[in-house]
Design a protein around this ligand. Structure first.
Ligand SMILES: O=C1O[C@H](COP(=O)(O)O)[C@@H](O)[C@H](O)[C@H]1O
Length: 255
């Protein structure tokens, strides 16, 4: 890992839910003080429930100006139990007032053709997001999880998607974690975001975090995520944090 991330360790999952809520409330306010919209990408898995837990009850967030995207998505109908969209909908979108036109899901008509679905999603983010000087779409915030194998988004260890340098969204047909067909943001986009936040809970992730932070030879995809100084955050609860406790800042100092 190059530039050092900001690492915040909190006692328990409940505190993690509170912390990511505080983080997003503040970041959204900051972004919306100078821009018309807050562009945020969600991962699936355990993340949406942690993120939405307290956030969905906040009345001081301008959700009408939020635009929601998906850091990765499974190639299935939007009402299928595997869908990351469905998960984010159940946890957050059904509980807050984000206009449906601000929610940028995978095109359900293309889920049987993952390559086309990825190209289509790339055209969506190129149209919706500001581009940096290299023409790469810039998210205000990307919310990430990690799998026990060190994958993030649908970038799996030793899979070619991790090496992608040209496309902003790519597809995978043989994901080692079901379902096999997915689309995913690529590292050039993750590393161009204004902020990237890993939100990690539980002892099942402790050894993975050790590999990501201390064992570059393991080449875990999450270890290649680094948008630059001051832009990378790891919010971790105590049970997941054994190997990075020493990097942690007190909560009050990181924001
Ligand atoms: O398959 C996926 O897994 C990762 C990690 O999920 P978790 O349940 O272990 O938190 C997730 O970040 C990704 O979006 C998802 O598609």
């Amino acid at each position: 890992m190059e530039a050092k991330p900001t690492v915040v360790v909190v006692p328990a999952k409940l505190d993690l839910e509170k912390e990511i809520c505080t983080f997003l409330v503040q970041l959204s306010k900051k972004v919306l003080s100078t821009k018309e919209r807050f562009n945020v990408a969600f991962s699936g898995g355990s993340l949406p429930s942690i993120v939405a837990s307290f956030l969905a009850d906040r009345e001081d967030v301008e959700f009408s100006k939020w635009h929601v995207y998906f850091a990765d998505e499974r190639c299935c109908p939007l009402d299928h139990p595997d869908s990351n969209y469905l998960l984010v909908k159940a946890e957050l979108l059904d509980r807050v007032k984000i206009p449906s036109s601000n929610v940028h899901a995978i095109n359900p008509e293309l889920v049987n053709d993952p390559e086309k679905a990825a190209a289509d999603y790339q055209s969506v983010i190129e149209k919706e997001l500001p581009l940096n000087d290299q023409g790469i779409p810039v998210f205000d915030c990307i919310l990430l999880g990690i799998g026990p194998d060190g994958h993030t988004c649908s970038l799996f260890p030793n899979y070619p998607q991790v090496q992608e340098t040209k496309k902003f969204v790519t597809h995978i047909l043989d994901s080692p974690k079901p379902p096999p067909s997915r689309i995913t943001l690529t590292l050039p986009v993750l590393n161009s975001a204004s902020s990237v936040v890993f939100v990690i809970s539980g002892s099942g992730k402790t050894e993975t975090i050790d590999q990501i932070f201390h064992k570059p030879e393991e080449k875990k995809p999450a270890s290649f995520v680094n948008p630059g100084p001051g832009k990378l955050f790891w919010l971790v609860d105590k049970s997941a944090s054994a190997h990075i406790d020493y990097l942690a800042k007190p909560v009050s100092q990181y924001w």
